[in-house]
Design a protein around this ligand. Structure first.
Ligand code: ADP
Length: 325
């Protein structure tokens, strides 16, 4: 039996018990009300003579009937209100329970992913450096190994930055800079960085003199996360296009890839913390599920927004919009 199944069962049993108890007390009250009514009805001829005072008798009988009906309505009304409140409460508790369950599963996945993400670049760097140390390599081979080390070190660096900024933003400890930033230069720097790391993959078309207000480090992180994903979730060698357009009010950046794409029902969920499409065993690309969460958060802090749509015939287009200066 999976963990959390028992609490779910206990919760369900408790809920059923409460509802059954409510119904039981409802029926008991109705029965009691009927017994009272019948007793009062039997006692009525003793109080009022139906032959001598037929009108008074009829009035009293009608009053008894009205009281019985209003008692019935009252029990039914209060019982239904109580039942509705219980059901609403049950739904709220259950959905928050499921949310925390999902978060806890995602956190476990995240821990697995982070451990893997930290260990694999370290192992790769170690292996490359050991090879350089132990073998006599040509200059070309050495350069290749060093460049692999740098790539892995960059991955480690990106991961650490994401982790650090995520925890600082959540703890409201990050002092966000609020300065005029050349978005054109910032995107161009990120593109050049990825161009060095993945030669020939990125094609950029950037509007000139596009400026926004905000924190350059955070904005660079948001843009880098999109580039990283576009490369990571598309086949090696396939193109990634980066287009920056700027109007008097808005800067619009589109990162388009020809990769696996994002299924329709996952489009909103990929911005959740630790969320990754598929499950940990079936995911081939490395990751922690933190990048888009962070990107969305950064954009919100800059009064911007992010969205994703399908690229045709395959892949996805991530679009960010920021108020232009
Ligand atoms: P990570 O890449 O570390 O898993 P992200 O938060 O950056 O975490 O992305 C969340 C998920 O969204 C990824 O696991 C992936 O399934 C999906 N995703 C993100 N970008 C793309 C993309 N360009 N193409 C296809 N799927 C993507």
């Amino acid at each position: 039996m999976k963990p959390f199944r028992i609490p779910q069962l206990v919760y369900l049993l408790l809920l059923l018990y409460i509802i059954a108890a409510l119904l039981f007390w409802g029926f008991s009250l109705q029965r009691q009300s009927r017994i009272i009514y019948e007793a009062e009805l039997r006692a009525l001829p003793l109080q009022t003579d139906s032959i001598r005072q037929p009108q008074v008798y009829a009035q009293k009988r009608a009053l008894l009937e009205t009281t019985r009906i209003s008692r019935k309505k009252q029990y039914f009304g209060e019982g239904s209100t109580f039942l509705i409140i219980i059901l609403i409460g049950a739904v709220v508790v259950y959905s928050s329970f499921r949310r925390s369950l999902r978060l806890s599963r995602q956190q476990t996945n995240f821990m697995l992913a982070v451990t893997h993400e930290l260990k694999s670049p370290i192992a790769a760097i170690k292996l490359n450096l050991q090879t350089i140390e132990r073998r006599k390599l040509s200059e070309e081979q050495q350069a290749l190994m060093i460049s692999r080390c740098i790539t892995e070190a960059n991955r480690l660096n990106d991961l650490c930055n994401n982790l650090l900024i995520a925890s600082q933003l959540e703890g409201h400890q990050y002092q966000k800079a609020q300065e005029e930033v050349s978005f054109t230069d910032l995107v161009s720097d990120a593109v050049q960085d990825y161009h060095r790391r993945y030669p020939g993959r990125i094609m950029a078309q950037l509007a000139e003199d596009c400026a926004v207000t905000g924190d350059p480090l955070l904005l660079l992180m948001a843009v880098s996360n999109l580039l990283e994903n576009a490369i990571k979730y598309s086949p090696a060698g396939s193109p990634v296009s980066v287009v920056l357009q700027c109007s008097t009010t808005e800067a619009v950046l589109e990162v388009t890839d020809e990769g696996v794409g994002v299924p329709e029902d996952e489009k909103s969920r990929i911005f959740e913390k630790f969320y990754r499409v598929g499950n940990e065993n079936t995911r081939s690309a490395k990751g922690t599920g933190l990048g888009l969460y962070l990107t969305e958060r950064i954009l919100r802090q800059h009064k911007g927004r992010i969205s994703v749509r399908n690229n045709l015939p395959r892949g996805s287009i991530f679009e960010i919009r920021l108020p232009a200066v």
